[in-house]
Write a protein that binds this ligand. Sequence first.
Ligand code: HEC
Ligand code: HEC
Ligand code: HEC
Ligand code: HEC
Length: 412
Amino acid sequence: MKARLLVSIGVFLLTAGVYAPDLALGADWSPAPLLPANPLAGSRLFAEKGCLRCHSIHGTGGVLGPDLGQQILNRPLLDIAGAMWNHSPGMEHVFQERRTTRPKFEPAEMANLLAFLYYLGSLDPVGDPEVGARLFSEKRCDVCHSLGGKGGRIGAALDKYSQYASPIYLTAALWNRGQAMAHTMNRMGVPRTVMQGNDISNLMAYIRSVGGGVERVYIQPGNPQQGEKVFREKRCAECHPVKDHGKGVGPDLRAILKGSLMQIAGIMWNHGPKMWAKMAERGIAVPVLSNADTADLISYLYFLQFLDKPGNVERGRVVYREKRCARCHELHGVVGTSGPDLAKIEKLQTPLEVVTEMWNHASTMEQRMLEESVEWPVLKGGEMADLIAYLLSIRNGPSKPVAAKGSEVKRK
Ligand code: HEC
Ligand code: HEC
Ligand code: HEC
Ligand code: HEC
């Protein structure tokens, strides 16, 4: 059962026919945090560029590299780029063994690929149906709802939720019907449950296990850039000061939100009653969220916790020196041993271009490093962002202020 579901999620991700590139990340570098681009487009690239031949996602795919569905990628976007860089020699080794070449990327493709890898890090571990069954009665869902013909008749039977491969439908319903449910609970003296940890995943696993064998209905991975719009349009931003618009009666979600997609859904459930009260006070109707809205919104909220901190030019300068990039690359007329002057390359004007070119040229660089006995530079958390800030600042020349801005050199 478990295996089948995972396979279907994997297969969905890799075959979904929707393709809508959304490349805001590629456009320019501003010190503002980057929001990932389009995970769905990235999932296609993941297959097309051959990543899937070595990597699986939740057990679907190749076995030569690690399974990337195991929440090893829940970190900031540029740190994921850093992980790809760090593991380049390890991958290269397998490329050579298999006599394949490293796939090359355009920056726009890299944006979508990274968004997809980022999305993988947000997925919940598969729930456990047995734990879910226990929760269903502990949380008193069974007082009002039936499943597999057993349970209360106050609310709808929940069997239909088993046809959905994604817990987003349940999440949307918990939000949209939440207030009405709370009234009924109140009236019947049933305490309103608090969702913790993987409760929602586990409940979903139980619901699926009871309604097994039904056709799966999928929903696309949420698009965080779209989610940011939903966040504004549904007026969440009026109370929650995210990205410095609105300074509100609600907390700054960047600072406090932690966890996977379903954990965040649980947090929204838990804080529902106080939010509804505040909304009533301020004359804001409780927003109704479509399934797509919910997917986008929740993925946006997930991404808030990992938004890359803007890179720091000074720290980047240190990284550049300590990782010995300076040994090979010419800079400001100081000649290096073998690498091109990074301040002069036309293609290195945005963070994504730097990340992309580092990936595209990694094989040759590794070769040179071996020849010159330079150890492969491993980048720790935040160091890729710092390095990029520095590399972009040197383009401005030493006389200009070294701000991490590429807005002067906007493309397109
Ligand atoms: C020929 C096989 C192969 C291909 C193709 C391949 N990889 Fe890898 N990948 C590996 C191996 C092996 C490792 C582990 C390397 C190591 O341990 O240093 C790895 C590691 C990684 C990691 C680091 C995971 C971690 O533990 O942090 C990421 C991210 C990654 N690969 C992404 C990709 C992407 C994206 C693609 C497609 C562009 C890709 N890989 C293509 C074999 C491959
Ligand atoms: C005290 C009764 C009660 C309890 C306990 C309760 N619910 Fe509900 N639930 C309702 C009612 C009433 C509705 C319909 C609300 C409306 O009119 O919009 C509802 C609606 C729903 C819906 C939307 C159903 C649809 O029509 O598609 C879902 C999903 C749901 N509940 C899940 C749960 C889960 C999961 C639990 C346990 C954590 C739970 N409920 C506990 C009374 C309850
Ligand atoms: C009228 C003001 C208001 C609006 C509009 C509003 N919220 Fe809130 N929100 C609050 C308040 C107040 C809290 C703290 C509630 C509490 O302490 O339980 C909160 C808490 C939260 C939390 C939990 C934060 C934590 O402590 O972990 C999340 C997540 C959240 N809101 C998301 C949203 C989203 C998404 C929307 C839009 C659909 C939204 N809010 C709309 C006022 C609002
Ligand atoms: C051992 C020498 C060496 C070291 C150390 C080295 N590089 Fe390189 N780098 C090269 C060479 C040689 C090339 C050109 C490779 C090619 O032509 O494919 C290159 C290419 C690049 C490119 C792509 C340039 C282009 O044409 O778009 C970038 C970006 C880059 N290096 C960044 C770095 C960074 C950042 C570091 C430190 C973390 C670093 N390099 C360390 C030798 C090195």
